[in-house]
Ligand binder design. Sequence first.
Ligand SMILES: *Cc1c(COP(=O)(O)O)cnc(C)c1O
Length: 399
Amino acid sequence: MTTHGKNDKASIDTLCIHAGQAPDPVFGSVAPPIFQTSTFAFQSTDQGAARFAGTEPGYIYTRMGNPTIHMLEENVAALEGGAGALATATGMAAVSTVFFALLSQGDHVVCGASVYGPSRVILERDFARFGVSASFVETSDLAELERAFTPRTRLVFIETPANPTLAVTDLSAVAEMAHAAGALLVVDNTFMSPILQRPFRFGADIVLHSVTKFLNGHSDVVGGILVFRDEALLKRVRPVLFYLGGTMDPHQAWLVLRGIKTLAMRVRVAQENAQACAALLAGHPAVGEVRYPGLPGHPQAAVMARQMEGPGSLISFELKGGLPAGKRLLEGLKLATLAVSLGGVETLIQHPASMTHAAMRHEDRLAAGITDGLVRLSVGCEGREDLLADLKQGLDALL
Ligand SMILES: *Cc1c(COP(=O)(O)O)cnc(C)c1O
């Protein structure tokens, strides 16, 4: 059923469309079938027993695997260059499953200070209840990162570029540090997608995505996925996911497979649009600092050139008029929609301090670079001139 083995040398554009899928052997259906079933019939009691024992391949029950979900897992594993993947109900199910599977009482985590808000909050509030400690650091600062390690550090969890500060962390340097300390490196690659960054090339052990964002790309599904560098790590996490139960649904998997077919082209169009929007923002008198990895003079240009294939389509910026100006802009735009989330074909704009990062303490937000006046724009695939005109009218109204 899977074809990515044959396509190992195929370009990522081809992998998006074909990896993990082949025309269905029964009717020749070109689109992957949706195996909408909770359970699978055994031909005999011996076969049922062999499937449970793992001595015979085959499906048992959808929480423990399903052919449509498996196609998605093979597809994303091929895109990231991993050994295998596990699809999850949401991005947060991927994050929490990794923490549950790999951390025990007394362990310590080094985590990026400005990672996705809930990923940080579950460590601070929930895993702390089970005796797991965590340090939150600016991972783009390698000296600060190194100081955060303790003899109990077992996991390093980062996002690069960070959300929403867009600071870039050197993946190879972090992987080296983590491995020297006997810890695993987990990279949340949601912001870049495998089109623009493949963290296994730089030493990551696990790569995860909120497939809600770029991979699905149409703002109509929530989902997540974990991709593993090697089979042994996958085998460690798989039973925890199956028993905790944060698994994906076959219909959800089918929609995401459909979304991924256009991933490469969506990412590139959105990136070109973002580059134009960032230039407009940087030159506008109502705008203060603009954070976008594609603007000239970025302090981490060398790291970016090594590990990123492009700056992506997320932009953060500060308005000179602070939060009041931010509110007026968010409500004054006509094409960009006021909503959280990112990576869809629609351009979305949001205010991290009151929305995605509101659960963090104010002082932690400031320390992580998330000021009250910061606005985040996820640039979509609309016509460039329309997007620029909308931004310009919204910003001009602030002057
Ligand atoms: C959205 C997001 C998540 C959480 O994903 P859900 O699908 O909403 O559960 C995790 N990490 C990043 C970077 C995200 O943007």
